[in-house]
Write a protein of this length. Sequence first.
Length: 254
Amino acid sequence: MKQLILYYQTFTSLKPLFDNNTLPTHIQISSIHFGKDENNNSYIHLNDHPPNSPIFDSMWKEIEMSYNLGVKIKLMIGGAGLAFQEMFSNFDLYYGLLKNVFKLHPYICGVDLDIEENVDLNDVIKLVNILKTDFGNEFLISFAPVAFALQKNRTGMGGFLYNDLMNAVGDKIENLNTQFYYDFSVESYTEVIQNGYKPSQVILGMTQNNNNEFEIVNDLCKKYKDFNGIFFWELALLDNSVEWIKKMKDILDE
């Protein structure tokens, strides 16, 4: 089954998806950050609040319902709000806070690592390895590179080469959820594949400023038999979400 991944940061109710029996394959809750408060106490936040804040009670309840209906639930770390420099500055402490989120929400089956700040690749490799050691080979790990980092072997926003990452721990990475936000086309995706990446691993990423997405995904499904799917950032930006998901799933399932 090809993947239809929805990032989920603005926690609008998932009830319309339940009511219409229209769910993605993955929901990626966004996003986890680390930092210090005004008293220099270290924290983990989901957006602007601790993950166990009552403000998220209804979200977690609906996420668990989604899991029970077969959706894979992942937790996105990083993005534009950063996270990784702080995490790696005191890894044992912050990693312990992250592990506690997984313990409280055992239906989370993986992480999406969106590194948009300069980090040491060795720290990233360490994180991948320890996640697999602690949670097993079935724990899903994805990254979210920008397209140009895969097209020309240029450093991405994390300051490292993704082919170096893949050479080191590629067998432990499920997907490269690739941001094709500003060059969303068959040609742009093909450039990544021609640079040595596999269609089974490179997920086509889009946001609201794209056109002709159904035609493009249909063309890629025909061009690459092992094309593995699409993600959308984010659910709240998706117009007519029920109809969009139905139509996209029909294309992916053909």
